[in-house]
Design a protein around this ligand. Structure first.
Ligand SMILES: Nc1ncnc2c1ncn2[C@@H]1O[C@H](COP(=O)(O)OP(=O)(O)OP(=O)(O)O)[C@@H](O)[C@H]1O
Length: 449
């Protein structure tokens, strides 16, 4: 078994970035095999958690590949066992989203929880994301370029959240006393509104000043049209920038292209290092699929891998759906993973989108709101027309692959108006129960189309 562990280590070394291997896997040692449990040791609590959370599934899959048996791993702390092993149950550790020093109180409330899989180790770097990855890693590790803020921009499903949260994980594990605050722009807005209502705006401001060393702010394009929030955010950013704190923004649009955004905020966003993640090319898609197979402990024939990488070319989320779809279908139906099965899965992923067109959505919404297609594309600003138009634009964005510009055009609107419509509907869903119901109904109709 010890030799098998050496083989497993060698494979892991090829699969993950060199710095991660050196830091996390190299120090792991084989202790014993206890039935189907492989006992390994790590130098400390952090390393144990990191190895279990990020490499556990991969190591188990590789042991299974070499031994032909289902193996699970258990990790002991090599030194200072008694003082550090406050929590020895690996399952308990797995559900903890962020690292915590064993002898320190947990950090103060820190916004949303980071997704445990969104780490640098699990991010496959290709020419499409090389710059963004390096910029994120250098900011997180404080090496290389000297910049404190980063603006990650891409279309949906291309890894913005993954990279921004990877920065959070990295900082929490390397600089555990720092407060990483992860929040979406929508949450920021809601928090600010609540603070105003409760006469607690000073506490709101103080929180960002005093409790935040690293701010991960997702989906800043959501702030379009929200003047007061933009003003508060710009002020919070000024303080954070002056205090040399780290700020990471994600967005589907460049700062200059976010409509209805104050010049004040735009200029602060634009001061960040702007990194664009592009669509991965075929070879990178293959690399991503292979990596995801190791993580999921599954193996696809190369013809199927190439087929999925060829057909599912829009974003990584789609690739992941293809992989999960193929393995789930094969296992549920007891069928082999072959091209025929892969084709049926790909058809389900791509056909639905092809069948739903902007025109289809336009007609459906017009029927629902009892207006004509001519009216919905007309210049009319009457509320009875504006609301259905906004809903149709929102649904077109959700269910079609058309770029926002094209969607706007098919309603005789500019890209900025289309973006504003989406924000208006998102806001309406939260405050207007009848709009929410109407949307649920329309979504159901579209999904069963
Ligand atoms: N380069 C990559 N390597 C590995 N996994 C990736 C990569 N890029 C994206 N993913 C995975 O694809 C999925 C979608 O990524 P993510 O949520 O970061 O996208 P996003 O750009 O933030 O999308 P959205 O704008 O819709 O929020 C996640 O499961 C993520 O782990």
């Amino acid at each position: 078994m010890e030799d098998i562990w050496k083989n497993v280590k060698a494979v892991v070394k090829k699969e993950i970035p060199a710095h991660s291997f050196r830091m996390w896997i190299e120090p792991v040692e084989f202790v014993k095999a206890d039935g189907n449990t492989i006992v390994l040791s790590c130098p400390n609590f952090f390393a144990k958690k990191r190895v279990m959370d990020h490499y556990g599934a991969m190591i188990e899959a590789l042991f299974k590949k070499d031994t032909g048996k289902n193996c699970s791993i258990s990790i002991e702390i090599a030194s200072r066992q008694n003082s550090v092993r406050r929590r020895s149950d690996a399952n308990e550790l797995r559900i903890e989203p962020q690292l915590e020093l064993p002898s320190m109180p947990p950090p103060p409330s820190s916004g949303r929880l980071l997704r445990k899989n969104f780490t640098f180790d699990r991010f496959v770097v290709g020419s499409n994301s090389n710059f963004a990855y390096s910029a994120a890693l250098s900011l997180a590790s404080r090496q290389g370029i000297n910049h404190n803020s980063l603006f990650l921009m891409s279309q949906t499903g291309l890894g913005k959240s993954h990279l921004s949260q990877a920065i959070g994980h990295h900082i929490l594990s390397h600089f555990p006393t720092e407060n990483v605050y992860y929040i979406t722009a929508e949450d920021f807005t809601n928090e600010m509104i609540r603070a105003f209502r409760n006469d607690a705006i000073e506490q709101f401001k103080l929180k960002y000043r005093n409790q935040c060393d690293v701010l991960l702010l997702e989906d800043v394009h959501f702030l379009t049209g929200k003047e007061r929030t933009q003003m508060e955010l710009a002020q919070a950013l000024d303080y954070l920038i002056d205090a040399d704190k780290k700020i990471i923004f994600t967005s589907c649009h460049l700062p200059a292209e976010i409509p209805n955004m104050s010049e004040q905020l735009k200029s602060r966003l634009a001061r960040s290092l702007i990194s664009h993640i592009e669509i991965p090319d075929f070879q990178t898609r293959i690399k991503i699929l292979k990596r995801k197979m190791v993580e999921h402990g599954c193996m696809l024939p190369s013809s199927v891998t190439e087929y999925l990488a060829g057909e599912l070319s829009e974003n990584v989320r789609q690739l992941e759906s293809g992989l999960i779809g193929v393995t789930a279908k094969a296992s549920l139906l007891g069928e082999p993973i072959d091209l025929r099965l892969a084709e049926s899965v790909v058809r389900n992923i791509t056909q639905r989108k092809q069948a739903i067109t902007v025109d289809y959505i336009k007609k459906l919404v017009c029927r629902q709101f009892k207006i004509s297609v001519e009216e919905i594309v007309s210049p009319s600003r009457k509320r009875a027309i504006v609301r259905p138009r906004q809903v149709a634009i929102y649904l077109a964005r959700k269910y079609t692959d058309q770029p926002l510009q094209a969607i706007g055009k098919s309603f005789n609107r500019y890209h900025g108006t289309a973006l504003h419509s989406i924000a208006a509907v998102e806001k309406g869903i939260r405050s207007d129960g009848s709009l929410k119901k109407q949307l649920e109904f329309l979504c159901e109709r579209i999904e069963s189309h």
